[in-house]
Design a protein around this ligand. Structure first.
Ligand SMILES: Nc1nc2c(c(=O)[nH]1)N[C@H]1C(S)=C(S)[C@@H](COP(=O)(O)O)O[C@H]1N2
Ligand SMILES: [Mo]
Length: 250
């Protein structure tokens, strides 16, 4: 059985439970914990079957999509963010906090001065569209190197500038293995142009091999944590908090 079918199987089984049990089940703590364990198991099995360093497919310039849609938030309604954008993000900085040896702030030019990686990859959104584009950015590993990840850190959390209409923050998280993956970058260019606001200026995460909703846009702060339930809100991501899988690996 390949990974995809295993994961789909798990999702289907969970779906049957949900159909049979309706709302009462999702209010039952024990049941929610059971689902979380199943999801965790799928993640661990996936991890064991996937070569740790497998690269996502990269494409040629000619294969790029003529149009790369925007999705979700495209213009954070956040005065601080809008002020930064108005000045071309000259005074903006990316904060790295949490379980690190040296909490650090990086300016956009500081990030651009670090080693870079360019990759042409396919983005898959669960809403039913895919697009291929060229991304340039700094590998997350290069950002974390000077900061020093503490040995008790296990996850990297990306806090974004936007909130949804009910005021809930967008955020996402990945594990340290995905953080160290060579194609995991903080992208600042899209198709050879500075990242447009709609796509998450000034930087957005690219964590290839995962689904679109993991690719946090408008990243303002990166936090290293030991446990996802210690982020302070939610269980690892904006969409995860609405029931999506935390490990959106494909
Ligand atoms: N901060 C933030 N990041 C986000 C979103 C969002 O609404 N806010 N939407 C996600 C979803 S569902 C997708 S498919 C991609 C869309 O990226 P794009 O606008 O560059 O196409 O961003 C993801 N990252
Ligand atoms: Mo998406």
């Amino acid at each position: 059985m390949d990974r995809r079918h295993f994961l789909m199987g798990t999702a289907r089984t969970a779906g049957l439970f949900l159909l049979a049990g309706c709302d009462a089940l999702s209010r039952d703590d024990r049941f929610v914990r059971l689902l979380e364990r199943a999801e965790n198991l799928a993640y661990r099995v996936h991890r064991r079957l996937t070569p740790r360093r497998a690269l996502a497919v990269e494409y040629t310039e000619a294969e790029r999509s003529p149009v790369f849609p925007t999705n979700g938030e495209t213009r954070p309604d956040n005065p601080q963010y809008q002020a930064w954008a108005a000045s071309g993000f000259a005074n903006w900085s990316l904060q790295v906090t949490g379980k690190v040896a040296r909490p650090t702030r990086f300016s956009l030019s500081g990030l651009r001065a670090l080693p870079s990686r360019t990759q042409i990859t396919r983005h898959d959104c669960v809403e039913g569209w895919s697009a291929i584009a060229k991304w340039k950015g700094v590998p997350l590993a290069e950002v974390l190197k000077p900061v020093g990840v503490r040995p008790d850190a296990r996850f990297v959390v990306f806090h974004c500038a936007d909130r949804d209409p009910s005021g809930v923050h967008y955020y996402e998280s990945i594990d340290l293995e995905d953080a160290a993956h060579p194609q995991t970058i903080l992208a600042y260019d899209l198709n050879d142009q500075p990242l447009p606001m709609g796509h998450g200026a000034p930087i957005r995460l690219r964590v290839e091999r995962q689904l679109g909703y993991k690719m946090a846009k408008f990243v303002m702060r990166i936090e290293l944590v030991d446990r996802l339930d210690r982020i302070g809100y939610g269980r690892g991501g904006y969409w995860e908090d609405q029931g999506y899988e935390w490990y959106a690996g494909i």
